[in-house]
Design a protein around this ligand. Structure first.
Ligand code: PLP
Length: 392
């Protein structure tokens, strides 16, 4: 067996995890099968008795899903990856696998909306409580930790204001209190940031975003050490059932092959668009970690290889002006999704962040004039022209 970890990122992205069948197929095969047959009764008994490794049933393991898992594990630099039915299933399975009743979580405030609902409304039913803290204030992470805290959870850069968390510093705080640090690496992907190498214990993904990159499938993944991901989290998947389908795994593993080239181009376009937006009269403020005006630009430079594809900006004139910019576009897609080759544009205050009160929104910096763009791979001149239609 080849140890892919000895090869470069792009080689791993294209090659790792593939096991050719006797047919000699060049591109990875899909195995859309629910169960697997045994040579004889003795082999069935050995497989079920865990005396012989091998496939039994696709809720447990599937060759195409494993191919995706092994490829993503090598890209994140983790021992083990478990693919899940969605990004939320990855977060849910991680919490269920690692926590029990009366445990406590500390999470950053500015995380994905469904993650907040999961923590506040679902896990709380099982007496697992969450304290939310400001992502960039190390003191508040430290202060929120209780005797029963088991897990620290963050996303960096945050959505939509692209705040950056100091992963190494928060990992140190976590480990000083025997807690695990879990990082949702959806925005950067391993092409730009590898949280495990910065001290995080577990990395999560919504594969729905950049890993697919073309907006086709819902999926997720958990990556980390064998003793956590391969045991407690695998048990949740095996018996709880939120597994990834072989077809989706195939789409995602082909997506990984082009991940780095796509991310580089997303970054090129986002950097150019952010700089251009900063020069526009009608724009009040631009949020992008790659801009020297970003408060955590230096930190982003240190822990990310580049700054990602998400740009937010505030227009003068509040909601009317923001909706005018959005409605004047002809190229960009008005949709909440992100991480697609197609540029998407949203108004967070009236969509993703509409369920929190106006006061909470203002406190979080989600003003009425704020627009979020997930910058795609179209020609940058066309994207600028598309925004200019509504900016003047
Ligand atoms: C989309 C998203 C999720 C949830 O992923 P799904 O695949 O939609 O379940 C979690 N975290 C972040 C940062 C996301 O953008």
């Amino acid at each position: 067996m080849i140890d892919w970890n000895e090869f470069g990122f792009n080689t791993r992205a294209v090659r790792a995890g593939q096991v050719r069948s006797d047919e000699g197929e060049h591109s990875e095969a899909i195995f859309p099968t629910s169960s697997f047959v045994f040579k004889n009764a003795a082999q069935a008994a050995a497989r079920f008795g865990q005396k012989e490794p091998g496939n039994i049933y696709s809720r447990f393991t599937n060759p195409t899903v494993r191919n995706f898992e092994q490829r993503l594990a090598t890209l994140e630099g983790g021992e083990r990856c478990m693919a899940t039915a969605s990004g939320m299933a990855a977060i849910f399975s991680t919490c269920l696998g690692l926590l029990k009743a009366a445990d406590h979580i500390v999470a950053s405030q500015s995380i994905f909306g469904s993650t907040v609902t999961l923590l506040n409304s679902i896990l709380s039913k099982f007496d697992i409580k969450t304290t939310f803290v400001n992502l960039s204030e190390l003191d508040s992470w430290q202060a929120a930790i209780q005797a029963n805290t088991k897990l620290l959870f963050l996303e960096t850069p945050s959505n939509p204001l692209t705040e950056v968390a100091d992963i190494s510093a928060i990992a140190e705080i976590a480990h000083a209190h025997d807690c695990l640090l879990v990082v949702d690496n959806c925005f950067c992907t391993p092409a730009l940031q590898t949280p495990l190498s910065l001290g995080a214990d577990i990395v999560l993904h919504s594969a729905t975003k950049y890993l697919d990159g073309q907006g086709r499938c819902i999926g997720g993944a958990v990556i980390g050490p064998e003793n956590l991901v391969g045991k407690d989290i695998f048990t949740i998947l095996r018996s709880g059932g939120p597994t990834m389908s072989p077809f989706n795994a195939w789409v995602f593993l082909k997506g990984l092959e082009t991940l780095n080239v796509r991310m580089q181009k997303h970054c090129d376009n986002a950097e150019a668009l952010a700089q251009w937006l900063e020069e526009q009269e009608a724009v009040e403020r631009v949020y992008y970690p790659g801009l020297p005006s970003h408060p955590q630009h230096e930190l982003a430079k240190k822990q990310q290889s580049r700054f990602g594809g998400i740009v937010a900006f505030e227009v003068k004139g509040g909601i009317d002006a923001a909706w005018h910019v959005i409605d004047s576009t002809q190229v960009m897609s008005i949709t909440g999704n992100l991480g697609d080759v197609k540029t998407t544009i949203t108004h967070p205050a009236s969509t993703t962040h509409t369920r929190i009160t106006p006061e909470q929104r203002r406190a979080a910096g989600i003003n009425d004039g704020l627009i979020r763009i997930s910058v795609g791979l179209e020609d940058i001149e066309d994207l600028q022209a598309d925004l200019l239609r509504g900016l003047i």
